[in-house]
Design a protein around this ligand. Structure first.
Ligand SMILES: [Zn+2]
Ligand SMILES: [Zn+2]
Length: 256
């Protein structure tokens, strides 16, 4: 699998102000910068969008993405999310106030989007992949995702407070080769990390130790304002299987 860590800005400035990944050009995990990704034709190749939660940094690009590809894609994309995330999209975003109600319009004319509720911990087919939503511990209902194509697997774990049992369980997945794990704040900002249910570099380091040593861990969701400090702290950990998931980077996962 080929995992593109989307940059938050066109210039690709450091930090993950917006979160989004594109897998093999056909599947998106979160949609923060998705409306600014590539060309409209490239956006139209994306068939499935898996959302972790409804916070804006993960969905901001969804309205523009759906607008950009309307009429270009043969089949409208499917957005997969927890029920509370779907409800939030309908109530607060696609409500004919902030944005046209693409969900309602999809019932009345050629559809913009299909919505599919995901159930935590229950594998579901998604294109050529099997996906599993992994419940996390955040201020609103949130799910990370494991994605497996039968040759390799990776997980996106953001946004969350420490969930050691879940990290351990995930580490037992047979083909797991990489985890994109949030590391929002430097160590000195522990109070804010706890209040907002995110990880500091110290908590990130504890989490990394719960994965098998052969699993590569990419730090993501690093706040732009503290990017240099957070990256320096992660590098100082000296953990050989940890890398920075730099915005714009493409990670190739080798078969396990
Ligand atoms: Zn969040
Ligand atoms: Zn976030």
């Amino acid at each position: 699998m080929r995992v593109h860590i989307l940059p938050s800005t066109v210039q690709g400035t450091p930090g993950h102000g917006l979160t989004g990944f594109v897998v093999d050009g056909v599947l998106a995990l979160d949609a923060g910068p998705l409306g600014q990704f590539g060309t409209c034709a490239e956006q139209a190749r994306i068939k499935d969008v898996l959302l972790t939660h409804a916070h804006l940094d993960h969905i901001a690009g969804l309205p523009m993405y759906l607008d950009n590809i309307y009429g270009l894609a043969e089949v409208p994309p499917t957005v997969h999310a927890l029920r509370p995330t779907i409800d939030a999209l309908q109530t607060h975003l696609f409500n004919d106030r902030l944005w046209p109600d693409f969900i309602g319009l999809s019932r009345a004319m050629a559809p913009f989007v299909a919505l599919k509720e995901v159930e935590p911990n229950r594998p579901f087919p998604c294109g050529n992949y099997t996906a599993i939503a992994i419940p996390l511990d955040h201020s609103i209902p949130t799910a990370g995702y494991l994605l497996d194509d039968g040759r390799s697997a990776f997980a996106l774990i953001t946004d969350t407070a420490p969930v050691p049992e879940i990290f351990q369980k995930l580490g037992r997945w047979p083909r797991l080769s990489a985890v994109f794990l949030e590391c929002s704040f430097p160590g000195r900002m522990k109070a804010l990390a706890e209040a907002s249910q995110h990880l500091t570099t110290d908590q990130f380091a504890e989490a990394v130790k719960l994965f098998p040593p052969g699993v590569s861990v990419y730090a993501t969701h690093i706040k732009p304002a503290h990017y240099a400090e957070t990256v320096a702290e992660i590098r100082a950990l000296g953990l050989s299987n940890v890398q920075i998931g730099e915005p714009g980077r493409i990670v190739e996962l080798s078969p396990q």
